[in-house]
Design a protein around this ligand. Sequence first.
Ligand SMILES: Nc1ncnc2c1ncn2[C@@H]1O[C@H](COP(=O)(O)OP(=O)(O)O)[C@@H](O)[C@H]1O
Ligand SMILES: [Mg+2]
Length: 310
Amino acid sequence: MTRIALATAVAATGHDEDMPALLHACARAGLQAQALAWDDPTVSWQRFDAVLLRSTWDYTERLPEFLDWCARVDRETILLNPLPVLRWNTDKHYLAELAARGVATIPGSFVEPDMEPLPSLQAFLASHAEAAEFVVKPAVGAGSKDTQRYRRGQEFAAANHVARLIDAGRSALLQPYLPSVDRDGETALLFFDGVFSHAIRKGPLLRPDEGATDALFAAESITPRTAGEDEKKLAAEVLAAMAAHLRLDAPLPYARVDLIRDQDGSPRLLELELCEPSLFFEHAPGSAEGFVALLAKRLAPSRAKRASAL
Ligand SMILES: Nc1ncnc2c1ncn2[C@@H]1O[C@H](COP(=O)(O)OP(=O)(O)O)[C@@H](O)[C@H]1O
Ligand SMILES: [Mg+2]
């Protein structure tokens, strides 16, 4: 029987809402799957035919350690998430690379550790006259952690936020706040093996005048959503640009494209999640089974390859 490890994190234990459905679907498909924490040093990853990242959500504070772990797993067995994808997608600088390839992203500016926070912020605001509010977030981040929404007039507080990030050696990303999210939420489109599976709506997460969360699991309000044709089109463009940029020759096991509509109603890329996205199986009946069927197909040749290499 094929053995697959589903990588979570010690801190995420019990919080991965996809995991029960995933384990169940694996069992029904004849895959022997086990959820294990990436940061549990007692795990022997080489005992598995393959490892798939799932809820390794706490790596943002220790990215080099996490990427080293990924590289080690990739040497010891088959890591189903390609390393170049992980290196690229764990840092929101990828958004600038996709924008340079013509993808409609939320327009953003990075403040790097060697830059001055307040003048950088003022320059950003001067070039975004349309934005009544803006967002400061870490370039390496997840789960809205250390992300905050500000109004014009709160430049000093926002610059202090940027300064805290860059003093910690992190880069900050500034974006206009797209107010459509308050009414319409964001749309996340899920792709398995490059094929669209389902979409969900995620309610707004940033409240005005509320400090940044440092919880690993901010409460999210998720409901099923029918993705618009324009959203599907943009998501396909995002995936094509990513594959061209990274010169991938095969689709990824999963990809999630998160979009928010701008002032004109056009969808824009908020985030492309390739490493450890929630897949929202619970909100799309049959989606876990569909994902696992593709996973099983993917594993059949890799298991044979591993057997012949041993
Ligand atoms: N530019 C933006 N406009 C509106 N809402 C935003 C914007 N940037 C972030 N948000 C809100 O903050 C949340 C977290 O930001 P996101 O870029 O998805 O980072 P991550 O999920 O990696 O922490 C989003 O789900 C959204 O609710
Ligand atoms: Mg997000």
